[in-house]
Every structure is written in structure tokens, then in C-alpha cells.
Write a protein that binds this ligand. Structure first.
Ligand code: IMO
Ligand code: MG
Length: 426
């Protein structure tokens, strides 16, 4: 099974970084295929904590790591992260960057902020990293790509045209100061020498690896419910975190993908605005937030917490064709008397098994819960599924039953070794 995709099965922050790091140990290459520095992945190895935003979480294993064409690249953040890793003794000599990835410009970040403010009560709660505006330029065919930075004339011409539009928007519509061409031109030209050694035609690289039967792990950022097509639109990000996004965002065909692992927390969290049917606005929600340290890696915002949502998992299984689940943070639930999993939703007298596409209906749904007994024993040191308390085993089995997907991976702590593998992944 050479091509394996890993996706977030909820609203992001599922623990993808940890599972990627674990699977990367047996992979040959890891590819990030969408999103940008809006992602925040914490990986713990031997008690040492690493926080990553742009570079694939596989970097800590020393494997080939690729930032694919589907990513929007903030060069300053990229170089900062390389320095951060080098300072921690992590090698980045097998890190490659797609020449066709789009570049985040200072005006993307500014527009992200201004647009959020303008939305008022309808704000999305973005990370303000310029992600949405950068993808807007990509779709509008005005975006600046990594390869454009390498050609001073092309870069000058594209930036000139873009700034004409952007500054018009900023000065006339938002009534704020526009950007200075020379400042941006000099700043970004200054990144070129540092970026050059990483730049490659990455679809060629990735396909060659697959041709040689190497194991390639495609690492999704964000989560299925944040997908611009399959998420809770408009409260989504502007890319495709779902499995299909792995093909577009790295330049491989769907025939090269052999499996899709959906990473899901044993409960649910969401950072940012938008519907969240199983949200707990009571002390249980607070308890989960504190026990699980549910504060954003990228923005530090407290995450909204709630029960596991089986309707969400079935949706993710459907739109990404999940072949397995990695359940994370099972240890966080230790100590709760009772646990709940949403099996369906109710709207008025009607029971539905899918997420309604109408945002108004989605706001009205009430989860129909299955209640399960909790466990009190510390599980964070266990290595076998059969060693878990009976209640914890039943909880995992209920997730499998409700989602229709088996769970070969169960994570019981932040460390690499705190991972129960029930059967081989690839
Ligand atoms: P990882 O990879 C959780 C959310 C933001 C906001 C929405 C749009 O760590 O799972 P954006 O800045 O992308 O335009 O914001 O998406 N969001 C995330 N939530 N985890 C993430 O990444 C996220 N990246 C973006 O909070 O609601
Ligand atoms: Mg995160």
C-alpha cells in the first residue's frame, strides 16, 4: 500500500500531527497538500514538544518531506520554521517545496483581518494568516507562485498588477493605507536565495517515489468539516482537507491512493465560529477543555468542546472514503462517569442520519445520543487494545459501529509510544 492519505475527520486539531509522526516512521516520504500556516500541529518525541505549522509533521522522523502545490506558502513563516527546527537539532535537508505552490503576500493577511472585521456577527473566526485571500487570488488566476519569485521580471510585473487592485480596495473601500511596492518587492526578493535549495517540481518527485513502490503519506491539515466543499460552509477554510484534496494538492491521480486514515478525537473540538451540534456549554465541556489542554496551537484561542459526533464521522467516512480511523485523546476522557456519542440528529419530530446542507437546519439539529459508561483507570501506559478497561474497548467499538469504519489506531497520550496499533496500517 504505497499511497496513504491522512485526513482530519472533524473540525481540525484532531491530533493529525501525532499520527503523521507515528506513520512517518514507516513511510519514505510525507507530503502536505493543502492549507498553510493556519495549521498547528504539536508533536511530542521523548518528552520534547515540537510545534509545526507548515512543514509536514513527518520532518521529525528524518524522512523526505514535501510541501505540495496545494499549499499556500508564507515564506517568512516557512523560513522561521526551518530555523526553529534546526535550533532543535532537526535536519531539513530532505525538505522540498513545490514550485507551483501559491505565495501568501502581506496584503493577503491584511485583507483576511479586514474581511473578518467587516463580517461582524457573521465572522468565520479565521486564523488571520491570509489563507482565504491567497486562495481567492489562486482561483482568480492572479496569484503569485513560488516559481514566479525566481524570475524578477515576472514577479515585478505580477506584483505591480496585484498591488494596483489591492491598493484600490484598501484605500477606496476599506479606507486604510495601501502597500508600498518596493517594500514588498525587496522583502520577497530577499527570500529567494533561502528558498531556492528547497524548490522542486514536486508532482514529478512524488510520482517517482510511488513508481518505485515507496510509501508516501499524504498529510492533511485542518479537517473534513472545514473543507470548502464538504464542510459547514461558510464556516470553513478555503482549501480541501478531504482525501480528494491530496490528489489535487500534490499532483497524483486517485489510482495512486490505497488507503485513507481519518483522524478523530474521542470527543469533538472546534476553534472558530460556526455550527457544532454536540457542543457542551456546561462544566463537562470546561472539564474536557482543561483536561485536554484544548487551546489553539496557532492562535491560543480556547477551543469549543463537546461529545463525539457520529454523524460527523459518517460524513467524513463518506466524502473521503475512509478505510480506517485513528482515535486520539482517549486518555482525556478517563474519569468521566458517562460518555455520549451522537448517533443521529433530530429536527422537530424528524430524525436524520446526515448533516443537513442548509446551515439554518444545521443550527436547529439536536443530537440523539447513545450513552456509554466511562472508566476511571489510567490508560496512558497501555500497549494492547485488550488491556484497555472493558468500558474503553466498548467506547471504541461503539465509534466503529456508529461511523461504519474500523479503528486500527488508538492514541492514549501525546508521546509516540502512547499509540495502540491494532493491526498493520500499510
Ligand atoms: P489544524 O491543521 C482547527 C479554522 C479557523 C476558522 C476556519 C477558517 O491544526 O487541524 P482560516 O484561517 O483557515 O481561513 O480559518 O478554519 N481552522 C482550523 N481549526 N484546526 C486547524 O488546523 C485550523 N485551520 C483553520 O479557526 O474557523
Ligand atoms: Mg491544530
Amino acid at each position: 500500500m504505497p499511497g496513504l492519505v491522512l485526513v482530519g475527520a472533524q473540525w481540525g486539531d484532531e491530533g493529525k500531527g501525532k499520527i503523521t509522526d507515528y506513520l512517518a516512521e514507516t513511510a519514505d516520504a510525507v507530503v502536505r497538500y493543502q492549507g498553510g500556516a493556519n495549521a498547528g500541529h504539536t508533536v511530542v518525541v521523548d518528552g520534547k514538544e515540537y510545534k509545526l505549522h507548515l512543514i509536514p509533521s513527518g520532518i521529525l522522523t528524518g524522512k523526505t518531506c514535501i510541501i505540495g502545490n496545494g499549499v499556500v506558502l508564507d515564506p517568512a513563516k516557512f523560513l522561521e520554521e526551518i530555523k526553529y527546527l534546526k535550533d532543535l537539532g532537526v535536519q531539513t535537508d530532505k525538505l522540498y517545496l513545490s514550485e507551483t505552490a501559491h505565495v501568501i503576500m502581506p496584503y493577503h493577511q491584511k485583507l483576511d483581518e479586514l474581511e473578518e472585521d467587516k463580517r461582524g456577527e457573521f465572522k468565520i473566526g479565521t486564523t488571520k494568516r491570509g489563507i482565504g485571500p491567497a486562495y481567492i487570488d489562486k482561483a482568480a488566476r492572479t496569484g503569485i507562485r513560488v516559481i514566479d519569485l525566481l524570475n524578477p521580471e515576472v514577479f515585478r510585473s505580477k506584483l505591480t498588477r496585484n498591488l494596483e487592485q489591492v491598493n484600490f480596495l484598501l484605500e477606496k473601500i476599506y479606507e486604510v493605507e495601501g502597500f508600498n511596492f518596493e517594500e514588498i518587492y525587496q522583502e520577497y526578493s530577499g527570500y529567494v536565495t533561502k528558498l531556492k535549495p528547497f524548490i522542486r517540481n514536486t508532482p514529478v518527485l512524488i510520482n517517482e517515489s510511488l513508481d518505485e513502490n515507496q510509501k508516501v503519506l499524504f498529510e492533511g491539515a485542518q479537517g473534513t468539516l472545514l473543507d470548502v466543499d464538504h464542510g459547514t460552509y461558510p464556516y470553513v477554510t478555503s482549501s480541501h482537507p478531504t482525501a480528494g484534496g491530496a490528489c489535487i494538492g500534490s499532483g497524483v491521480g486517485p489510482t495512486r491512493i490505497d488507503g485513507v486514515i481519518g483522524v478523530a478525537k474521542a470527543y469533538t473540538s472546534r476553534v472558530g465560529d460556526g455550527p457544532f451540534p454536540t457542543e457542551l456549554l456546561d462544566e463537562t465541556g470546561d472539564w474536557i477543555r482543561e483536561k485536554g489542554h484544548e487551546y489553539g496551537t496557532t492562535t491560543g484561542r480556547p477551543r469549543r468542546c463537546g461529545w463525539l459526533d457520529g454523524v460527523v464521522l459518517r460524513h467524513s467516512a463518506r466524502v473521503s472514503g475512509l478505510t480506517g480511523l485513528a482515535i486520539t485523546r482517549l486518555d482525556t476522557l478517563t474519569g468521566l462517569e458517562k460518555l455520549k456519542i451522537a448517533r443521529e440528529y433530530r429536527i422537530g419530530n424528524e430524525v436524520i442520519g446526515n448533516i443537513p446542507n442548509d446551515p439554518e437546519l444545521l443550527r436547529q439539529v439536536r443530537p440523539v445520543y447513545e450513552e456509554l459508561p466511562g472508566w476511571k483507570e489510567d490508560i496512558s501506559h497501555l500497549t494492547q487494545f485488550s488491556d484497555l478497561p472493558r468500558e474503553a474497548q466498548h467506547y471504541i467499538q461503539a465509534i466503529e459501529d456508529i461511523s461504519g469504519v474500523k479503528a486500527p489506531i488508538v492514541s492514549i497520550g501525546r508521546e509516540r509510544f502512547q499509540t495502540i496499533i491494532r493491526w498493520p496500517i500499510w
